[in-house]
Design a protein around this ligand. Structure first.
Ligand SMILES: Nc1nc(=O)c2c([nH]1)NC[C@@H]1CN(c3ccc(C(=O)N[C@@H](CCC(=O)O)C(=O)O)cc3)C=[N+]21
Length: 279
């Protein structure tokens, strides 16, 4: 079993980003990322903290705007519009999920598409789905960066994506389709999950349920990518039962140190100049 090391992939992308930010600073531009954190979602809080740390390490300013879960939609949108108008703000990241009383997509769509660091506005979603990607969501980009770095070929392969969120599952399926993979998308309504995942040459778990993917669900030698971020007994674990799956898979990403470690770097790449992702 090969360990797919996200920290190594992140390091590979870091130098280009650092160079670009240094260039901007030479022109007396201090680019800034603004992160909106609403309510008490744990993975979002983790992400915001790790994002801020990574951003600062490459010289990018990163501010976190924190809101109570009860915040009004209008208040959030007004703050986003301020950021749209502020030329020092290069990127805006709105942590998902938002509390249920908010219409998440209305809030997302307040972000100017060219500051949409996570590619979630209608405009950027449409561009991805029509093969002209501009800003691609960072987590799916991180998955592709890991596959690319380790030379995992997707053309003609069976890729099984577990999860259908707007942030991960759906865009990920598009990116894999663009690489000529045969993509199957599973979700909570999938009748026989194991029967489907066992077909996968590549299985990508993006559900948010610790231990969901077990060894019996994996074809021997398959590549397993774990997008999950779950807290169990004070520790961060993914959706994949790592120890048992490592015994059958050909390659696996760990959590932490896998997809999440690359995601933060992909945000930075988006903030300083749109996606570098080719389809
Ligand atoms: N619009 C939006 N886009 C997202 O991409 C998004 C989101 N909302 N909401 C929350 C989840 C969660 N998420 C994480 C990404 C990286 C780490 C991360 O950096 N993890 C490190 C460190 C973990 C640790 O501290 O132990 C690692 O996996 O190595 C964590 C969590 C992105 N999400």
């Amino acid at each position: 079993m090969k360990l797919l090391d996200g920290r190594e992939v992140a390091a590979f992308h870091r130098s280009r980003i650092e160079r670009r930010i240094a260039e901007l600073q030479k022109g007396h531009i201090q680019p800034k990322l603004v992160i909106f954190l609403v309510g008490g979602d744990k993975p979002s809080a983790m992400y915001a903290a790790s994002m801020q740390k990574t951003a600062r390490s490459v010289g990018l300013q990163a501010d976190v705007y924190q809101y109570e879960a009860a915040v009004q939609e209008a208040e959030l949108i007004a703050r986003i519009e301020q950021c749209n108008a502020d030329s020092s703000v290069f990127g805006i990241l709105l942590m998902m999920p938002l509390p249920p009383h908010l219409d998440a997509q209305s809030v997302v769509n307040a972000i100017r598409p060219d500051k949409d660091a996570d590619g979630l506005t209608d405009c950027n979603v449409a561009r991805l789905f029509t093969g002209r990607p501009a800003f691609v969501p960072c987590t799916p980009q991180a998955v592709m960066a890991i596959l690319d770095y380790y030379g995992v070929e997707l053309a003609g392969k069976e890729v099984v994506v577990i999860g259908r969120s707007a942030v991960v599952g759906k865009p990920l399926a598009q990116l894999c389709l663009a690489r000529n993979a045969t993509v199957t998308q599973c979700h909570t309504g999938t009748a026989d999950l194991k029967a489907v995942t066992r077909r996968g040459d590549v299985v990508i778990a993006a559900v948010g349920k610790a231990g969901l993917v077990t060894a019996d669900m994996i074809k021997p030698g398959a590549v397993v990518i774990d997008v999950g971020i779950n807290r169990v007994d004070g520790k961060t674990v993914g959706d994949v039962a790592f120890d048992e799956v490592a015994g059958v898979a050909g390659a696996v990403t760990p959590v932490p140190g896998g997809v999440g470690a690359v995601t933060t770097m992909m945000v930075l790449a988006n903030v300083i100049g749109g996606t570098t992702h080719s389809m």
